[in-house]
Design a protein around this ligand. Structure first.
Ligand code: FAD
Ligand code: SF4
Ligand code: SF4
Length: 405
């Protein structure tokens, strides 16, 4: 008798798992998250999954289904639903400096704590035992929020304890990858506690989740090893800020963002990310990103400067928070034309217009794929040239046939 989750089995077989942790959260201990080679967070089934848990997994797992974008005054096929698009930064220089780009996410949730909108923030931070890895954390002070600031380009499963967190009640801000927020929104379709206890979901544009092998290679290139690292940050402390590994003997090894993301991490991204129909946090209340300045090459420049976030406000709740944060001088922002994002985020634009070609390759090879209805995949694909769509379709078919996703 197969008493495990059929949805999880199918998702794992199709390499569609994002590692969000939702299945473990709703399984009552039947599923746990564990690290698997080459360093992704994946569910392991330990016991039978109840029909109720299976219903939640099949309805919310982002390997099965992606949350539909909701109605908003405007919707862009790449950049999602929006009410306001601004660039800006935290007014507090410490938050701006510690943050990944302009510290907007941290500033917004600190403000949400200060005005009593939420009593705690669920997000991730460095694991003190394994500083290159992530753990889920619950922050209720500005200092705790800042302890998790900065982008961490390795596996995270921020939904792993969500069932217990919802049972504890109160009012929560959740920060996660777009797929994590999609899973939580979908869970809310079945579990009314999500609407009751999570008034705020924040996300960021996501270029993909690198395996932990990526950071191991970074450490080797930097001249150190995980066993001697006592603290590690991927970026932040400036914009973009460098990766920094502190070792037991107090030495600090650094690597630029261009080298860490461009030279190592971007090459280690899991398959699901290459077909991601919503990597811009389309169902978050607010999604933030790097408001990179364009260079002469037409590609963003990563010269070190004061942090600047792109802030896409999607929901009414997000708009109320942004306005409150502006009025109380937590955030300094200025309006941006939505079409300017194409110049800041060319890789995101490219991937979105090619999702249809890549998922068509899954269809013709009989592979499972996530349901993407309501994420404007078809509309985005109209901007792809026949050549790039054809190359991506053929390349994906080839990789599937050769077993090299
Ligand atoms: C894997 C990954 C890929 C990214 N790809 C892009 C991209 O393609 N384009 C782009 O513009 N920006 C990308 N970003 C986001 C960008 O780096 C910044 O996070 C974003 O601009 C927000 O900056 P901030 O200063 O407002 O956030 P901060 O104030 O620094 O707050 C960041 C928050 O994100 C949370 N966080 C960090 N790492 C993770 C993680 N792995 N999983 C879940 N939560 C996490 C932290 O807990 C923190 O609360 C990516 C981030 C990650 C982690
Ligand atoms: S994507 Fe999330 S819910 Fe789906 S199998 Fe992976 S960890 Fe579980
Ligand atoms: S690219 Fe998409 S699937 Fe991959 S981690 Fe980011 S949001 Fe999740």
């Amino acid at each position: 008798m197969n008493s495990g989750s059929e949805a999880v089995d199918r998702v794992l077989k199709g390499q569609l798992c994002t590692g969000c942790g939702l299945c473990a959260s709703v399984s009552g201990g039947a599923i746990v998250m564990q690290m698997e080679a080459p360093g992704y967070s994946r569910p392991k089934q330990l016991g039978p999954v109840t029909p109720d848990a299976e219903r939640l997994i099949a309805g919310a797992c982002p390997g099965v289904v992606v949350a539909e974008w909701e109605e908003a005054p405007h919707t862009h096929p790449y950049w999602g639903p929006w009410r306001q698009v601004v660039t800006g930064h935290a007014v507090d220089p410490e938050v701006r400096f510690e943050g990944s780009s302009g510290g907007a996410i941290s500033a917004l949730v600190i403000h949400a704590l200060q005005i009593g909108l939420v009593d705690r923030v669920i997000h991730v931070k460095a694991d003190p035992q394994n500083p290159t890895r992530n753990i889920v954390t619950c922050s209720s002070t500005p200092a705790e929020v800042l302890g998790g600031a900065g982008s961490r380009y390795t596996a995270s499963s921020p939904l792993t304890q969500m069932d217990g967190i919802l049972a504890d009640g109160g009012s929560i801000a959740f920060i996660g990858k777009p797929c994590d927020v999609s899973a939580l929104r979908r869970l809310g379709e079945f579990d009314p506690r999500v609407a009751r206890h999570v008034p705020l979901m924040l996300s960021f544009f996501c270029g993909g989740m690198p395996s932990h092998d990526g950071v191991e290679r970074m450490l080797a290139t930097m001249g150190t090893h995980r066993d001697e690292v006592t603290a590690f940050r991927y970026r932040g402390r400036g914009w973009p800020g460098s990766a920094a590994a502190t070792t037991i003997d107090g030495r600090v090894f650094e690597m630029s963002y261009a080298d860490s993301w461009g030279g190592h991490l971007s090459k280690e991204v899991q398959f699901r990310c290459k077909i991601c129909p919503d990597a811009v946090g389309g169902v978050a209340d607010i999604a933030c990103a790097d408001a990179w300045y364009g260079g002469e090459s037409g590609y963003p420049q990563f010269n070190e400067q004061d942090g600047r976030s792109l802030i896409v406000v999607r929901s009414e709740a997000g708009e109320r928070l942004l306005e409150s944060a502006r009025a109380q001088k937590a955030l300094d922002v200025e309006a941006l034309d939505i079409n300017e994002i194409d110049l800041m985020q060319p890789s995101q634009a490219r991937r979105k217009r090619l999702v249809l070609a890549r998922t068509a390759a899954l269809t013709v090879t009989g592979q499972p794929k996530p349901r993407t209805r309501g994420t404007h995949v078809f509309e985005a694909a109209k901007a792809a040239t026949i050549g790039e769509a054809g190359r991506n379709f053929a390349g994906t078919v080839r990789r599937i046939v050769l077993g090299r996703r």
